[in-house]
Design a protein around this ligand. Structure first.
Ligand SMILES: [Zn+2]
Ligand SMILES: [Zn+2]
Length: 418
């Protein structure tokens, strides 16, 4: 590494252009646009003296480019990360997450390293460290947070002592993809020869483990939800029967409910406090059963009445579900609030589950009932292909198979053992 390879050593060219000479030298890629940059100059005349001048100019250019290269070779990882973030097209909520990991985790650990020195070994050792302790402590006990600034006895004040907790494999994988993005850009910009992240091993991804509620638990959950209030009951019912994503649920407006054709049209998503289009392959219309339709019609009428009673006007643009603090339905239900409310409800019923499992519930129930995988995947908005999708399918089929076995088992005549 370090030196410029022969193939890339700048040679440059001198070409006759009418009555003058054009000197031209490739100076690498523009770090921002990724386009090639050339140093260009013109020397008057085409005689020997002009050629000598042109040669001198070219030598000057080479010195300039070499200087620039050696300056670039000392670029720190922090700078590469900043430049990559600045020049890439990343969705807002993702960007926020990335900035968090970059500032809190990556930069303090290896941000000061020259990009040329970052290698697979360095990355892997960082990942191992993070899996052991997210604070990357040295193993000696220390107080994480003091209860007071004045001198005091920590034991007496019960100041918070550090306890190692490793980062989740999925988080470390995210850190890896940030490093891979930034180092890939550094390679494109010719600050390094290759992207070391391509070689580095990242922690394995845990397979999805669907643990959907049993039909009996699902019945209790939906019953309790309706007991709490009709809006909430309708929400839980809808997620259970459609398997829609939380973002899709929160982003749902009345104009997406096709009351006459008994379909629901999912194309918007509520992510990170913003409305955005669902990934193209996930846009879908799904059929609703008549019970669900009845509930939705009732819900619509209820919301319309409430909005009017508040002096507002009911329009189809309003959100179908909203939090208690925004009874005018102009704001969507906060995704986190939905998750929390569902979790609290399940806890009260002593059912260990969370909202996401309702999606698995829909999938496995349909598969167990004999609906084919393609239809199920379509309903749940999986476009097919892709490693993640395939792993989820496999998990659904396995869960549904387990259920099928249980059903069969429960219907077998009991054997009497002597
Ligand atoms: Zn203390
Ligand atoms: Zn620690």
């Amino acid at each position: 590494m370090g030196r410029v390879s022969a193939a890339r050593r700048p040679k440059g060219s001198i070409r006759e252009r009418g009555n003058s000479l054009q000197v031209r030298l490739y100076a690498g890629q523009d770090p921002v646009t990724g386009k090639p940059v050339y140093l260009v100059d013109t020397v008057r005349g085409t005689d020997v003296a002009a050629y000598r001048k042109a040669e001198n100019k070219l030598a000057e250019f080479r010195t300039q480019v070499n200087k620039q290269r050696s300056a670039e070779s000392s670029v720190e990882l922090s700078f590469a990360l900043d430049e990559w973030l600045r020049t890439s097209d990343i969705e807002d909520s993702t960007r926020k997450t990335y900035v968090g990991y970059i500032e809190r985790t990556i930069k303090p650990a290896i941000g000061g390293q020259p990009v040329k020195k970052v290698n697979a070994r360095m990355m892997e050792s960082l990942y191992t460290e993070l899996r052991r302790c997210r604070a990357r402590c040295d193993g000696k006990p220390y107080i994480e947070k003091h209860k007071s600034r004045d001198s005091h006895d920590c034991a007496e004040k019960k100041c918070k002592a550090h306890k190692c907790s490793g980062m989740a494999a999925s988080t470390v994988r995210q850190i890896h993809s940030i490093l891979s993005g930034a180092l890939g850009a550094a390679a494109r910009w010719e600050w390094i020869d290759t992207n070391p992240a391509l070689m580095a091993r990242r922690p394995k991804q845990k397979p999805p483990e669907p643990d959907p509620p049993t039909p009996a638990q699902a019945a209790r959950l939906v019953e309790e939800a309706f007991r709490m209030d009709d809006d909430w009951g309708t929400l839980v019912w809808l997620v259970m029967t459609t398997g829609m994503r939380r973002g899709e649920l929160c982003g749902l407006r009345f104009n997406r409910l096709e009351l006459d054709t008994e379909m629901i049209h999912l194309r918007r998503n509520w992510v990170g406090g913003k409305e955005k289009d669902t990934k193209t392959h996930q846009i879908r219309r799904i059929a609703l059963d008549s019970e669900t339709m009845t509930l939705l019609r009732e819900h619509r009428a209820r919301v319309a009445e409430r909005v009017r009673s508040l002096g507002g006007e009911f329009t189809d643009d309003l959100f179908v579900f909203t939090g208690t603090r925004t009874p005018d339905h102009k704001e969507p239900y906060s995704p986190n609030a939905v998750t929390q409310r569902y979790k609290d409800m399940a806890d009260r019923l002593s059912i260990k589950t969370h909202l996401k499992q309702l999606r698995h519930y829909s999938a496995t129930e349909l598969l167990t009932a004999g609906v084919d995988l393609r239809t199920v995947a379509g309903r749940l908005g999986h476009g097919g292909g892709g490693a993640t999708t395939l792993r989820v399918y496999a998990a659904w089929v396995a869960a549904s198979d387990r259920k099928a076995a249980e059903i069969l088992g429960s219907r077998m005549p009991k054997r009497v053992r002597n």
